[in-house]
Design a protein around this ligand. Structure first.
Ligand SMILES: Cc1cc2nc3c(=O)[nH]c(=O)nc-3n(C[C@H](O)[C@H](O)[C@H](O)COP(=O)(O)OP(=O)(O)OC[C@H]3O[C@@H](n4cnc5c(N)ncnc54)[C@H](O)[C@@H]3O)c2cc1C
Length: 388
């Protein structure tokens, strides 16, 4: 069983402790088999069951639209992601994408847009996706080229998006497109595009090392009403950044969940694997490895829950969230690698828990801002303070 001492940290309140414990109990019963070969079917089923059990309410903002709180509580989504990731990576993915996919609607949607989508997303009845990245606009996302041209009371979208999680199974996509008011990060607007809108198609499904629904999207003269635009024209980039700001700390929490599971698996193997007249854990080299794993996890957890707490106080967390994401994802990669090493040959056998974790952690160091991007953010904030 993973260390739960962190639940007593002052960053958290009793309602958070209760949430984490209840979800852990639910996950033990409901997620034991969430690793089937058909990821589309698995994800649909996970979204439905996470919705029916009420967990997805935490991923959307606004109590009148199915949300657990008026404003998404960062500590709650972190605890949920950490707990789900510890049990089943795909369950964490399903939860996170309902939040990220509908985040722009929660944060900046009109009353009609919120009423139309948030209750369904919170109930697990509609699957959502966040379509920002393009093949030539990943880290440099302000370079995006997908365009939306105003045409009377409609917009006509042309272009492509790639690496879109839930692509192929989502019911609703929030698509960021250039409306041309200005170059670069200006002149981008966000649109709600329901699956099945004429002119919108899945151009390609993408297989990745830790399988989950992922696709390249194509828009060809895709007409959407002007009422599908989220917020004012030209506000899309700001909306995208605000959405990522909410969820960046939760990526750190997911990494933490993977790392905690890896430490549990490592401890279990080290204390039972017989060798040289004892067990693996008898050796000081093993003990040093375990000590390093546990310390890496605690340092990542401290940064993660500091950022989450600070955000919930309504304070800026640009630097803190970047630190948490960088340290937690990079640290989890090291912890998981150490767990694979402790498991020896068994550690690289397909679908062993540590083998799965080894694949699952990798993309967290890339998406929602690669580690190098987080480093630049942290340095920029530091230098800003110095020059101020
Ligand atoms: C599994 C997965 C799921 C995803 N889901 C979504 C989604 O749902 N929606 C969405 O919009 N996007 C999604 N993405 C896209 C993701 O956000 C991009 O992959 C990410 O922003 C990096 O862009 P890129 O892949 O084009 O890499 P590039 O931008 O080409 O960067 C490549 C590498 O360059 C390095 N780098 C970047 N900037 C700098 C710098 N300034 N200095 C030095 N080095 C640097 C980093 O190491 C980076 O990994 C997903 C990606 C993956 C892998």
């Amino acid at each position: 069983m993973a260390d739960t001492a962190y639940l007593d940290w002052p960053f958290l309140e009793d309602r958070h402790r209760q949430l984490a414990r209840e979800l852990d109990r639910w996950a033990q019963v409901n997620l034991a088999h969430a690793h089937g070969p058909d990821v589309d079917a698995e994800c649909r089923a996970l979204v439905r069951s996470l919705g029916a059990a009420g967990w997805l309410r935490h991923a959307v903002g606004g109590t009148s639209h199915g949300g657990a709180a008026e404003v998404i509580d960062t500590r709650s989504i972190c605890l949920i992601r950490e707990t789900l990731a510890r049990h089943a990576g795909l369950a964490d993915f399903a939860f996170a994408m309902q939040g990220l996919g509908s985040g722009a609607i929660s944060l900046a949607g009109s009353a009609e847009q919120r009423a139309a989508w948030l209750p369904k997303v919170a109930a697990g009845e509609a699957i959502s996706a966040f379509a920002l990245s393009e093949s030539e606009a990943g880290s440099d996302v302000a370079a995006l080229a997908c365009a939306a041209r105003a045409d009377g009371d409609h917009y006509v979208i042309d272009g492509e998006k790639t690496w879109i999680s839930n692509g192929g199974i989502a019911d609703v996509y929030v698509v960021f497109a250039r409306t041309g008011e200005a170059p670069g990060a200006r002149g981008i607007s966000a649109f709600i595009v329901p699956a099945g809108t004429p002119g919108f198609e899945i151009a390609e499904r993408i297989d990745v090392i830790a399988p989950h629904p992922l696709a390249r999207l194509r828009f060809t003269a895709c007409r959407v009403p002007a009422s599908a635009r989220i917020g004012a024209p030209d506000e899309g980039f700001k909306v995208a950044m605000r959405t990522l700001d909410v969820f960046r700390t939760s990526v750190a929490a997911a990494a933490l969940g993977f790392a905690r599971r890896a430490l549990d698996e490592g401890l279990q193997r080290a204390t039972t694997r017989r060798m040289f007249g004892g067990v693996l854990a008898d050796f000081q080299l093993t003990q040093a490895r375990l000590a390093q794993m546990a310390t890496t996890i605690d340092s990542a957890a401290l940064l993660t829950y500091r950022a989450a707490w600070q955000r919930d106080q309504g304070r800026n967390v640009t630097r803190e969230a970047a630190m948490a994401k960088m340290v937690a994802t990079e640290g989890a990669q090291q912890v998981i690698d150490a767990a694979v090493q402790l498991w020896g040959g068994l550690g690289v056998v397909s679908e062993q828990p540590v083998e799965r974790l080894y694949r699952e952690i990798r993309s967290l160091r890339i998406y929602e801002g690669a580690t190098e991007v987080q480093q630049l953010i942290i340095a920029r904030e530091l230098l800003k303070e110095v020059s101020a």
